[in-house]
Ligand binder design. Structure first.
Ligand SMILES: [Zn+2]
Length: 339
């Protein structure tokens, strides 16, 4: 293994490789971008390269004692902080000031066995103000032989003074090819059970995130995607019975409604792409293209846009706690009007 293990994030990988090769590694980095696209993996591979006794400091071997200890998070000079809940019933997980102070104490000593100490703060935006201000002191006067890597999917929540002291490295959503490659090469136990067809579907639907590709309940997705398609096919004032059955059913399970509306929006988007003769590669649900084409032919572009608009407004109203059943009813009546 090596830095080449970082798939689909060529730009961040090149920035790190250049810094290692030119001996110009910064004291502090901010890895930012959406969740589940490889920021933490990259930070760990970076830490391994800095300390690898075989291939370091330009790359890592993944096999030497240092690489192994970092992989297992038992290296005495490697620290990984992640947000924790203050109690099992607590609402939000945070990185608190005590953890930052503890880290500062550990960073004050010379490395035990590493060339460079590495501290990774995953979910850095969850530091409360006290923790962030305490960390700021470390960023202002960085200890020698130490590198801090802050990771955040919401960097705008960090103090500007923290951001300005870190070298920013932007991570992008993964391409479909990269997701597939990662699933094929991954050591995740789940991927063993995936057939080629399922792997295709998961890759297509991942929208660039590995967690989504791995964790999606494909059977449930197939089921409610089919339900939505029937609803889109049949939405009309003559079939109000179907419509009200559907809303009654979903009004009972408020938890999954946002996912169903997302699904609906993606299907409507795909229908509009087909309508406009877009490329097949732009269609997210292209595994059911045969099912989508006749439906796209049945609807006008204006109808599809009106439906999309209505579903989007419903999704945002539900985020603001609107009445679930009334909102869904209202959306489907608008579908009937548009049809
Ligand atoms: Zn190594």
């Amino acid at each position: 293994m090596s830095l080449l293990r970082i798939l689909g994030q060529d730009q961040p990988r090149r920035i790190i490789q250049n810094a290692l090769e030119n001996n110009s590694v910064s004291h502090a980095y901010l890895f930012y971008g959406p969740e589940s696209i490889g920021k933490k993996l990259t930070a760990i591979e970076f830490a391994k390269a800095l300390n690898c006794v075989v291939s370091g400091p330009v790359d890592n071997c993944g096999e030497c004692p240092s690489c192994r200890k970092i992989d297992q998070a038992i290296h005495p000079d490697f620290f990984l902080l992640e947000p924790k809940k203050s109690s099992p019933a607590g609402r939000n997980a945070i990185i608190n000031v005590d953890e930052i102070r503890e880290l500062q104490k550990k960073l004050a000593y010379l490395p035990y066995e590493a060339k460079t100490k590495v501290a990774i703060l995953d979910g850095a935006e969850t530091m409360n103000p006290q923790a962030a201000n305490t960390l700021l002191k470390t960023l202002e006067e960085p200890p020698s032989s130490t590198i801090l890597i802050l990771i955040s999917s919401s960097p705008y929540q960090l103090l500007p003074t923290i951001i300005s002291r870190c070298q920013g490295v932007k991570f992008h959503l993964l391409s479909t090819d990269a997701v597939r490659q990662i699933l094929q090469q991954s050591t995740f136990a789940e991927t063993d059970g995936f057939s080629e067809k399922e792997m295709d579907l998961r890759t297509l639907r991942s929208r660039g995130r590995i967690s989504r590709a791995l964790e999606e309940d494909i059977e449930a997705t197939r089921h409610y995607r089919e339900e939505i398609l029937k609803l889109l096919e049949q939405a009309s004032f003559k079939r109000m019975d179907l419509i009200f059955n559907w809303t009654r059913q979903w009004a009972k399970k408020s938890d999954g409604v946002q996912s169903v509306l997302d699904e609906m929006l993606h299907l409507l988007r795909d229908l509009a792409v087909i309508k406009c003769q877009g490329k097949n590669t732009e269609i997210l649900n292209r595994d059911i293209l045969d099912r989508l084409k006749p439906l796209a032919a049945q609807k006008s572009t204006k109808t599809l846009i009106a439906m999309f608009d209505s579903a989007l407004k419903t999704k945002s109203a539900l985020t603001a706690n609107a009445n679930l059943q009334l909102s869904l009813d209202h959306m489907l009546i608008q579908f009937c009007e548009a049809a």
